[in-house]
Design a protein. Structure first.
Lengths: 226, 316
């Protein structure tokens, strides 16, 4: 699934402009970093894709479908095609790691046997299968973020979105998390990662879209995805 | 420009549906037992709100039942002119028996009246000195105790139109008093049922709202992974049903205790009039109605609270 923003403007009720005439195409199966300082519009960009927010003007196309026109009652089904990773993790503390990862599968009503297989595979892909029975509070910050990634990919999404996924992590852990995204990108998932960590992005060699005050100020690929 | 189309939806099996409900029931029991003191408090509050109208409902039902015990005194008597042929009273009996609201009809012939008079009166022998029986034929009709005063009047007027009728005496005062008391009780019942039912729904809604706030993180995560409003809302509706149902159980217990407390003195009162007492309120239908009302009110409160809160959270 590819993503296209066409002249997207987002103006909040208080008058603040989060995105200003943003037009960009993110090809299917690419790994793209959205960079920029805090308040540049990165989170708004991802919220548009998740349809947590709607543009004031312009169109957002996913797989050639204008998602701004999707009816509210169809949004849950649309979101099941996406995986989302956020900085604060958003794990449910009262549930085991296994149950946290299984959540998207419960939502779609998958049979328990199939769901178990999928969850095991997702946890294995982030090297946390041995911690499936633990509670989130018993894991380190890096491990918790890997659990969130496992939950985001357990439903085999076409697009993986991550908003500051390394925000609370040290450089070594950050690189390991980004490598995980690269692995999903390698199997054909479109990955969009919003981060302010330009140093980290520089080491990865992927497509970069730079935002500043809601405008695209730089866009281009480096050696890997050019 | 790409055509806007509905995103392909997955179909959910019945198995998935029941599994989901099973999981919600387990989660709800954990939530309720984990906060038992709060739950008990909510149950008691809703129980009081339900017990008051339920008690009034029973009061009205028991008034009707008590009236039934004295139904023989509810009705009217039709007195014919002396010397009227017996075909007229007999014809009236047949007509009255066919009317709605009439429970029973008795015909008293002049001879029966004379025999009764002799038996009950010390001066009965005086009538034997007369050449002719001076007592008229009469017809006595009892009516259904739930009949309105105007309904009784209509029946009596219909009887008065029969040939040879001298007078119709309606035992109205007892019925009017009973009707007035029933009217007050029914109005009180509906008013309090409305106010306190709304109160019960609001209590359930407020408590469910607290539960939503406590699980905001879960709601946000579920929204992100593609859960619809029905899925997100389901645990809260179950919670509302549990609060309402628990409140109804409390109300049923309170009502039963009240009836047991009143049964003995009421039995004595009825016994002094030579009547048997059978209180309404111990029957399973009443308790079932109470439980269903409680559960429905609990769910209504939960629906209102969750719809409002989830809409603000942008849960589609």
């Amino acid at each position: 699934m590819g993503v296209e923003f066409r002249h997207v403007v987002k103006r909040f009720e208080n008058g603040a402009v989060a995105l200003s005439d943003v037009s960009v195409t993110i090809p299917t199966g690419s790994l793209t970093f959205l960079t920029g300082h805090s308040g540049a519009g990165k989170s708004t960009f991802l919220n548009m894709l998740l349809r947590l927010d709607a543009p004031t003007r312009g169109r957002v196309l996913v797989n050639d479908v204008d998602i701004t026109g999707i009816k509210r009652r169809h949004l849950p089904v649309y979101r099941r095609h996406l995986g989302a990773v956020f900085q604060d993790g958003q794990l449910l503390d009262g549930r085991s790691i296994f149950d946290n990862v299984a959540l998207p599968l419960h939502v779609v009503g998958m049979r328990p046997r199939d769901a178990r297989r999928r969850v095991r595979a997702a946890l294995e892909s982030v090297d946390l299968l041995n911690k499936a029975r633990l509670l989130p509070g018993q894991l380190s910050a890096g491990e918790r973020q890997r659990v969130v990634i496992a939950r985001a990919v357990v439903n085999r999404p076409k697009i993986l979105l991550a908003d500051e996924p390394t925000g609370n992590l040290d450089p070594t852990l950050s690189r390991s998390i980004i490598r995980l995204f690269q692995r999903f990108h390698d199997v054909g998932v479109t990955v969009i990662v919003a981060t302010h960590d330009t140093e980290l992005v520089g080491t990865m060699g992927s497509r970069v879209v730079e935002l500043d005050h809601g405008r695209i100020v730089g866009s281009g690929g480096t050696n890997a995805d050019g | 420009m790409a055509r806007i189309r509905v995103w392909p939806a997955e179909s959910r099996s019945w198995g998935a549906y029941w599994r989901d409900h099973g999981r919600v029931i387990r989660d709800t029991s954990h939530y309720v037992t984990g906060r038992f003191a709060t739950t008990l408090w909510v149950w008691l509050t809703i129980g009081v709100a339900l017990a008051v109208p339920a008690a009034l409902y029973l009061l009205e039902a028991n008034l009707v039942r008590a009236a039934g015990q004295w139904r023989e005194s509810l009705g009217f008597s039709v007195y014919f002119k002396t010397g009227v042929a017996m075909e007229e009273p007999r014809s009236l009996v047949e007509r009255l028996e066919a009317m709605d609201g009439i429970e029973r009809v008795w015909l008293t012939t002049p001879d029966d009246a004379l025999a009764e008079f002799r038996e009950l009166s010390d001066v009965g022998d005086v009538l034997g000195l007369m050449d002719d029986n001076p007592l008229p034929a009469s017809v006595r009709a009892t009516v259904n105790p739930t009949i309105s005063p105007s309904g009784l009047t209509t029946l009596a007027e219909a009887a008065a139109e029969a040939n040879g009728v001298e007078d119709v005496v309606v035992e109205r005062s007892w019925l009017e008093r009973l009707g007035a008391v029933r009217e007050i009780v029914i109005r009180l019942y509906w008013s309090l049922a409305g106010i306190l039912g709304l109160g019960a729904a609001l209590i359930s809604g407020a408590t469910v709202r607290v539960a939503i706030e406590a699980r905001l993180e879960e709601v946000r995560v579920l929204t992100l992974v593609g859960a619809g409003r029905g899925y997100v809302r389901r645990p809260f509706l179950y919670l509302g049903a549990v609060y309402g149902l628990g409140g109804a159980v409390m109300a049923a217990m309170a009502i039963s205790a009240l009836l047991l407390f009143l049964e003995e003195p009421l039995e004595r009162l009825f016994g002094s009039y030579g009547r048997d007492l059978e209180l309404a309120g111990f029957d399973p239908i009443f308790h079932l109605m109470l439980l269903v009302s409680g559960a429905v009110l609990g769910v209504i409160g939960a629906v209102a609270a969750s719809n409002q809160r989830l809409k603000r959270l942008n849960v589609a």
